[in-house]
Write a protein that binds this ligand. Structure first.
Ligand SMILES: C[C@H](O)[C@H](O)[C@@H](O)C(=O)CO
Length: 475
């Protein structure tokens, strides 16, 4: 086995990055070079809130060109992003910028879907937690007033980028599992469900598993990027959470993970889905993982609560230093309210501090007074929601959780990690921060022959290369 390098395109809800990963499994080394980082700024058009996918594609291709200049030995490219959102295409033409899952259009669509297929049945078929923005609801909104009728294909975000790079139209399985249109038992498109929802199954592309090559770059793209001829684009765990879970250095039989960025995805890894009434009532999801594993988890609102509050406070042009705000939050000694971080009122962009205060007022609870108190209240509420979700994941799945791994940007938030340990009574191992990019890199490396073995072998490489920060529960 030789060592090698691959390029990961990792698109998050607030920023995107290009990372070159150097893998030498025999030597036990794994190194990331951060080549480019660019903002992901949604845009409010007359039709609603959209992603600026054209701008993102411009920025990510610039980043890839930089990657090839710096590391001509890159063997392949893999793309991951947030889930559920999609573009419609007619032939090669994209029919408008994709809607953002935080757009309000989905509210009315939920009822329309459940009138055709009650949620209990939907859950039995797709195993997905109820989130009003799951693709299945977005498509119902699209059907009611969008351009679904014009489309001959539908591509999720990373698949759309893959199509622009290679010309191949596919649906990578881990991300396709977040649409609500996959059969949770067979892993194939649930064509009967698609029909009952009044959708056209013909728009859904061929499913591919992580590790499958989409083919080489289109010649024009390769020339523009300065990429070696025949450069392959490889499907990775293209749902960013699926890639992140690959890089959790855990023992799945005794650990829970929290992939903490914009969202906090809290769960365990299983071999088989759990679609019991109790799992449905707890709103736990069975998303597809790499190598056929199941990501049995719950979406908690995540660091969005903090970043959107900061964005709201900064709307007057001022600038807030986040580490400083968190240091002030850690020093707060007065009691702060612990609110329900999963309350749907916190989903839409806007005045989150105002909505937290409103939540408190409705319950006769004193709201935070200063920004530091708001930040502390958010951290405590997230830690409580994380601890509760870990307990529920364990009870529903039978996994005896002894350790919690926090990966992603949240691993840098020492206060959040410590309070999660305190509130759960379990040790928290924080890191790696760049779990998503690492998972993306490792699946490509295995496909290129730079790494071998199952997820356990890939995770032991992560464990050798990155030391976690340990947070033990107080007292
Ligand atoms: C909608 C979110 O993207 C999704 O539920 C979450 O899993 C994610 O992708 C976080 O990056």
């Amino acid at each position: 086995m030789t060592a090698g390098a691959v390029a990961a395109v990792d698109l998050g809800a607030t920023s995107g990055r290009i990372v070159v990963g150097h893998v030498d499994q025999a030597a036990g080394t794994l190194r990331l070079d951060h080549v480019a980082r660019f903002p992901n700024i949604p845009v409010r058009l007359a039709s609603g809130l959209h992603w600026d996918l054209t701008g993102l594609y411009r920025d990510l291709t610039r980043g890839l060109a930089d990657a090839f200049r710096r590391e001509p030995g890159v063997a392949s490219i893999g793309v991951d992003s947030w889930a559920v959102d999609y573009a419609l295409l007619r032939g090669d033409r994209v029919l408008g910028e994709p809607f953002h899952y935080r757009d309000e259009r989905n509210e009315a669509a939920v009822e329309a879907v459940h009138a055709r297929v009650p949620f209990e049945e939907l859950y039995r078929r797709n195993g997905l937690q109820f989130l009003p923005f799951n693709t299945v609801y977005q498509l119902a909104a699209e059907r009611a007033g969008g351009c679904l009728g014009l489309a001959d294909s539908l591509l999720l975000i990373p698949d759309l980028v893959g199509f622009q790079l290679t010309g191949a139209k596919v649906a990578e399985r881990t991300n396709a599992s977040t649409t609500g249109l996959l059969d949770v038992e067979t892993g194939g498109w649930d064509r009967e469900l698609v029909e009952r929802l009044g959708l056209e199954a013909s728009v859904l592309p061929r499913l591919v598993s992580p590790g499958t090559s989409l083919g080489g770059l289109r010649p024009g793209v390769a020339a523009e990027l300065g990429a070696p001829a025949g450069m392959q684009v490889v499907a990775v765990g293209s749902h960013d959470t699926a890639s992140a879970v690959v890089a959790v250095p855990m023992r799945p039989e005794s650990a829970a993970y929290i992939s903490c960025g914009t969202w906090g995805l809290v769960g365990v890894e299983l071999e088989r889905p759990v679609t019991t009434d109790a799992a449905r009532e707890a709103n736990f999801t069975n998303e597809g993982g790499v190598d056929g594993r199941v990501r049995f988890l719950h979406n908690v609102m995540g660091l969005w609560l903090l970043s959107e509050s900061v964005r709201w406070w900064e709307r007057d042009g001022s600038s807030i230093d986040l580490p400083e705000l968190l240091a002030q939050a850690a020093a707060v000694t007065t009691a702060v309210p612990v609110f329900d971080a999963n309350d749907p009122r916190f989903l839409a962009p806007g005045d989150l501090p105002g909505r937290i205060a409103e939540w408190c007022a409705e319950r006769g609870v004193a709201a935070p007074r200063s920004r530091a108190e708001f930040a502390r209240s958010i951290v405590e509420s997230l830690a409580e929601a994380f601890a509760r979700a870990v307990r529920t994941a364990s009870a529903l799945s039978g996994v005896g959780v002894e350790t919690i791994h926090i990966v992603g940007g949240g691993a840098l938030n020492a206060l959040l990690c410590q309070r999660t340990a305190d509130r759960s009574g379990l040790p928290v191992l924080a890191g790696p921060v760049e779990a998503t990019a690492i998972g993306n890199v490792l699946v490509q490396a295995r496909s290129a022959g730079f790494a071998e073995g199952g997820l356990e072998a890939l995770r032991s490489l992560v464990a050798r290369a990155f030391s976690p920060m340990r947070h033990d529960p107080a007292g």
